[in-house]
Structures are given as structure tokens and as C-alpha cells.
Design a binder for this molecule. Structure first.
Ligand code: XCC
Ligand code: SF4
Length: 625
């Protein structure tokens, strides 16, 4: 964890970051690391989670001297309430993103847009069947309309359980039923979380924690899963392909447009616009050789996995991408977009463009992007970038380094295809121990860590132990820059994993998409568990978010645990002010849902913990450890 004065080398493990951090200093651009130093030390009570601001009799802070808030709430109640709201925030983010995809599907079904279409009809039909919709002899739009209705209903209050519970292993569903964890509706669980944590409602910390788990399950098995599946239906299901990563993907001679945020609904259109001959012509008239789109964070993951669009960087690279002075525009949708980017962009010729009414930034150029006119709007946006190219100052441009190759596009469908259409070959190598297990490393950057040191350190340590690693979100960029997302990386893996990956021609670390795409990993776990006739908690699998920062990452961690997956975090959420809540997270959940959180900042120690867990689960299945 960082304290005040650290060197640039200590801020990140990457050379492109170091170079841009130096340039930021020269150019007078403040970064997250500067602001972290200003904010350190943080408020202790807030770090412990014992500050309550839920009413105006307070705010209250709990300490030995003041053990109760004005209303009488103790540390346990306050910590659980704060944690519950934190989870609700994360679940709301992912799920509202998922809802936006349902709205695009609605526009398609109602013939209100020609900019979006159903690209993967086969997948739509497969999903329809899974959620109990009749497909025989019906037109694709007719089926799509029913899918849309079922998914809209998933957000509401009329259901006993969300649609994709059809994917959940029977034993898992029974556990949820028994504990009252079955997610009924996305908006319902989130609203109930807000209700429970109002003054004078749920004043039993354990009970609040259980509802937090239920809320997270609504995210993982509904909101996020709908987001992933409909994105595949509308934009195509990812297939293996090559891409490139790091700030070196920006091009000196082209109009560079950075797309940042999460939802492919906008970034896909920007890519379409940039590929259109009229825009390319315009760019050439402006003196550029072409238009280069580069991704940041999760919307970058979406277009990387589906189209092989290069990835400029992850969370802590977003400001530094602007510092290159080579970005004509940064086009954002929502989530994880630092407000500071407006000021950073203003230091250069870079245009900062927002596209969602729910995520406006003061000082930005705003477009309310809607399905009906999305492509035309995207062209306008790209036009602004082309115009900005004329004002680029070549003396202030510095694009560091050479891009690194990566392989991407490992959807479950792609994985099954690579395996010859069935899971059996995968199960066989797991049984023999060539692949001992799987760990999903997901989530963010956080300036409290040396950027990506833990993300990369953990991935490297795990593949050495013949544990296959799956990455999403901002860990993608980390693993990619470290050279772990290419087939050649098998040379860094243990002999068993190396043998399997070499035979399949795949890397030992597989890129499965964005953060909502963690739902792919849930789905894969249930496919494997169902094939073996066991629960997810019996599988030799684990999850990890070593450098997480966001509410969404916490929701992901909690739905992983509640789904039966042992989950490592580099640092705890702000819950340590309650022994009870901390105990539930680290131990108590194990008895209830068959998994728990484990906290460990050191990636090597974390790898050993995940390894021990996998060995224990292998033993439970009667497999060699
Ligand atoms: Fe955001 Fe998804 Fe975290 Fe990256 S990994 S910093 S949440 S962009 Ni989701
Ligand atoms: Fe204080 Fe209770 Fe109000 Fe929270 S809800 S601010 S603990 S009085």
C-alpha cells in the first residue's frame, strides 16, 4: 500500500506508465497518484466502515468512547449497512448496463433502428430455449421480443427467481433457497438493500450481509449475465483473434480516438463510424493517414474481444493515455471514468465527449446517444476528433513503447469450439491433473498498489502451478502487457498446463472479456459442475481481485463467493471495524455457501492460498492433488 512520497518507478511496473508519469509532471497534469498522496492518510473511521451518514441525527462515528450512533446502531449494524449499500451500488452499475442492452434489443425488435441488429441469431435461440421460450417455427424477431420481455421482467418484482437460474446447479439453488438468497429481481434486491439500510430497518448485521449476497447474485446471474449475453447477440459472440495492447497502440500519423467506459452500445458505433469510407476520407483531408480507435477499461475489453480493436490501457492508464498528447478525443459512456479526465484533456487538444445522460461531466461535449440515430451520432463524434487532429501539437506528442501482442476472444462458445464441441477433453485434463484448476483474476487498478504488480504477479505464480488463469476487466491489460496472453506464454507455465495449451494453441491465461463478462465464468463453472454432477463449491476453482477499487468489483467478489467460489482480495472492503462482519466474510460464509473471502496483499502468498484451496477441492473430488 502506498504512502505519501513514492517514486515514479514505485507507482507502476510499466515503462509506458513511467514515461507518461514523467511527462505528466512536465506538462503539469495531476494524476490519481498525486491526489492519493493528498488524500493520505484517509479517515480511519471511514476505512473501518464505522461512519454512518444514513440520517441527519448523525453523521455518527463509532469508537470505544462512542460505541453507538445517535439512533443506537452499533459498529456491526453500521458496517453491514455500509457494505450492503456498497454492494447495491456495484450491482446497480452492472445491471443498469445490462438493461441498456435490453433497450437496444427492444429498438431492434420494434424496427426503430437499423444501426443495431441481431448478429448472433443462433445464440439468441439458444438463450431463448434456456429461459423457457418456445422457438419452434417462429421468426427471430418474434423470439427476440419474448426474450426482451423475460429480461425486462428480470428487473422487476413479479418473479420468484431470475431467468438464468436455469443455469445454476441444483445443489446451489437449494442452498440459496434455504438461506433466502435466491435473487428474485434485480431492481427489487437493490431497492430492498436501500430499504433495509434506512434507519430503523434491518438491525441484524448477519441478516443484512445475507441480503447483500442476494443482491450480488442478482447482479451476477441476471443483470451482468443479461449484459453479456445480449451484447453477444447484438454484436457477435467473441472468437479467438489477435490484438495489441499498451499506449504504443496510439498512432502518430492517425486520428486517435480513445473509447472508455463499459457499454459496447456506444463504442461499437464509434468503431463502425471510424471504419466508414466517408469518415476515413475526412480524416485524410485533415492530413491524417486514417482513424485509429483504441480502447480503455471495459468498453475496450468489449471491442477487443469481439473485433480485436487495440487496448491502450487499464484504469490507471486512462489519464496517462491523454498525457501522450496524441489523443484527439476520449469518448466515454459510464463507470470508472475519472472526472479528472476533463481537466487532463483540457491540457491538450483532446476533446472529452460524453454519450450517456446518466453520466454527464461538467466541461464535456455531450451527446445523448440513442439507438435510432447512434451511427449518425457516432460519425458526428468522430468528426469532432478529426477536427481536433488539426490542432494537435506535434511537439507535445510522445507515444511510448511498442505494442505487445495478445490473443483474445475466449467466450465459452469459443472455448467449446476449441475443445471440439464438448467439455469432455477439458474435464479429462482436469481429472488427470495436467490442469489442476482455474482461477479468474479480475478487476481493477488502485493507486494504493504498484500498478499491476499483484495482477501480474499472481497470474504468473498460478500458471507455474498448472492452474489456468482466466482474466477480464482491467487485469486483461496487465496480463497482456506482461506477455501472458499469447500462446508463447506456455513457457512460463507448469508442464501440464503447457502441454494442454500447446496442443490447443492457446495461452495459459485466457481473456474472457469485460467485467460484466465475469458472468461467462459463472456460466462456465455451472457447465462444469453440471457435467460432473456436483456443486460449484466442489470445483477446483478460485477467483481473485488483487488490486480492486470499485463497488462493482465488490459485488463481483460477493456473487462469486455466494456462488461457491473461494475469492481472494488484495485488501478488504471497509468492513474491518466490525469483528462480526469481518468474521462472516472470512469464515462464516464458508459454512453457509461453501466459500469465503480471503485477504492477502502479497501475490505469491495469495497464489499459495488459492493453490491450497484447489488441492483441497481436488482431493474432495477424489482427484490427484
Ligand atoms: Fe473499472 Fe471495468 Fe475495475 Fe477496470 S476492472 S477499474 S471496475 S473498468 Ni471492472
Ligand atoms: Fe447516526 Fe443512526 Fe443516523 Fe446512522 S442512522 S447517522 S448511526 S443516528
Amino acid at each position: 500500500m502506498a504512502n505519501k512520497k513514492i517514486s515514479i518507478e514505485e507507482m507502476s511496473i510499466w515503462d509506458d506508465a513511467h514515461q507518461m508519469l514523467r511527462k505528466a509532471q512536465r506538462d503539469g497534469v495531476e494524476t490519481a497518484w498525486d491526489r492519493l498522496a493528498q488524500q493520505t492518510p484517509h479517515c480511519t473511521s471511514c476505512e473501518l466502515g464505522t461512519t454512518c451518514r444514513n440520517c441527519t441525527m448523525g453523521p455518527c462515528r463509532i469508537s470505544k468512547k462512542m460505541p453507538l450512533g445517535v439512533c443506537g446502531a452499533d459498529a456491526d449494524v453500521i458496517v453491514a449497512r455500509n457494505f450492503g449499500r456498497f454492494i447495491a451500488g456495484g450491482a446497480a452499475g452492472h445491471s443498469d448496463h445490462g438493461r441498456d442492452l435490453v433497450e437496444v434489443l427492444e429498438a431492434i425488435v420494434n424496427n426503430e433502428t437499423s444501426d443495431y441488429a441481431i448478429k448472433d441469431a443462433e445464440k439468441l435461440l439458444r438463450i431463448a430455449k434456456e429461459i423457457g421460450i418456445d422457438i419452434e417455427g417462429r421468426g427471430i424477431k418474434e423470439v427476440a421480443k419474448d426474450v426482451m420481455d423475460v429480461f425486462y421482467a428480470d428487473f422487476g418484482s413479479r418473479k420468484k427467481e431470475v431467468a438464468f437460474l436455469s443455469r445454476v446447479p441444483k445443489k446451489r439453488k437449494e442452498i440459496w433457497q434455504k438461506l433466502g438468497l435466491t435473487p428474485r429481481g434485480v431492481d427489487r434486491e437493490i431497492a430492498e438493500m436501500m430499504h433495509r439500510t434506512h434507519m430503523g430497518c434491518d438491525n441484524d448485521a448477519a441478516n443484512t450481509m445475507l441480503h447483500a449476497a442476494r443482491t450480488s447474485l442478482a447482479d451476477g446471474w441476471s443483470g451482468s449475465m443479461i449484459g453479456t449475453e445480449l451484447s453477444d447477440v447484438i454484436f457477435g459472440t467473441p472468437t479467438p483473434k489477435m490484438g495489441k495492447v499498451n499506449l504504443g497502440v496510439l498512432k502518430k500519423t492517425q486520428v486517435n480516438v480513445l473509447v472508455h467506459g463499459h457499454n459496447p452500445v456506444v463504442s461499437e458505433m464509434i468503431v463502425e463510424a471510424a471504419n466508414s469510407s466517408d469518415m476515413i476520407k475526412k480524416a485524410k483531408q485533415a492530413g491524417a493517414e486514417g482513424i485509429n480507435i483504441a480502447g480503455l477499461c471495459c468498453t475496450g475489453n468489449e471491442i477487443l474481444a469481439r473485433r480485436g480493436i487495440p487496448m491502450a490501457g487499464n484504469h490507471l492508464m486512462t489519464e496517462l493515455a491523454v498525457v501522450t498528447g496524441a489523443a484527439e478525443a476520449i469518448v466515454v459512456d459510464y463507470q470508472c471514468i475519472m472526472p479528472s479526465l476533463v481537466q487532463a484533456a483540457a491540457c491538450y487538444h483532446t476533446k472529452f465527449i460524453t454519450t450517456a445522460n446518466k453520466a454527464k461531466f461538467t466541461g464535456a461535449i455531450h451527446f445523448d446517444v440513442k439507438p435510432r440515430h447512434a451511427l449518425a451520432q457516432a460519425k458526428e463524434i468522430v468528426g469532432i476528433a478529426i477536427e481536433a487532429f488539426k490542432h494537435r501539437d506535434p511537439n507535445r506528442v510522445d507515444i511510448p513503447g511498442e505494442p505487445v501482442d495478445i490473443m483474445t476472444g475466449f467466450s465459452n462458445e469459443a472455448l467449446l469450439t476449441a475443445l471440439g464441441g464438448t467439455l469432455d477433453p477439458l474435464l479429462d485434463v482436469v481429472k488427470s491433473g495436467k490442469i489442476r484448476g482455474f482461477v479468474a483474476i479480475v478487476g481493477c487498478n488502485n493507486p494504493k498498489y504498484r500498478q499491476d504488480s499483484c495482477n501480474v504477479g499472481l497470474a504468473k505464480a498460478l500458471i507455474k502451478k498448472d492452474i489456468m488463469v482466466l482474466v477480464t476487466g482491467c487485469v486483461t491489460t496487465a496480463a497482456g502487457k506482461a506477455g501472458l496472453l499469447v500462446p508463447d506464454a506456455v513457457n512460463q507455465a507448469g508442464s501440464g498446463l503447457k502441454e494442454v495449451c500447446t496442443a490447443l494453441g492457446i495461452p495459459p491465461v485466457l481473456h474472457m472479456g469485460s467485467c460484466v463478462d465475469n458472468s461467462r465464468i459463472l456460466h462456465l463453472c455451472s457447465l462444469i459442475a453440471n457435467a460432473l454432477g456436483v456443486d460449484i463449491s466442489d470445483l477446483p476453482v478460485g477467483a481473485s481481485s488483487p488490486e480492486w477499487y470499485s463497488e462493482k468489483a465488490a459485488a463481483i467478489g460477493l456473487y462469486a463467493v455466494a456462488s461457491g467460489i473461494y475469492t481472494h482480495l488484495g485488501h478488504p472492503p471497509n468492513i474491518t471495524g466490525s469483528q462480526l462482519v469481518t468474521d462472516i466474510a472470512l469464515n462464516g460464509l464458508e459454512d453457509l455457501v461453501g466459500a469465503s473471502f480471503v485477504i492477502e496483499p502479497d501475490p505469491i502468498k495469495a497464489a499459495n492460498l488459492l493453490d491450497a484451496r484447489i488441492a483441497e477441492k481436488r482431493k474432495g473430488l477424489g482427484l490427484p492433488t
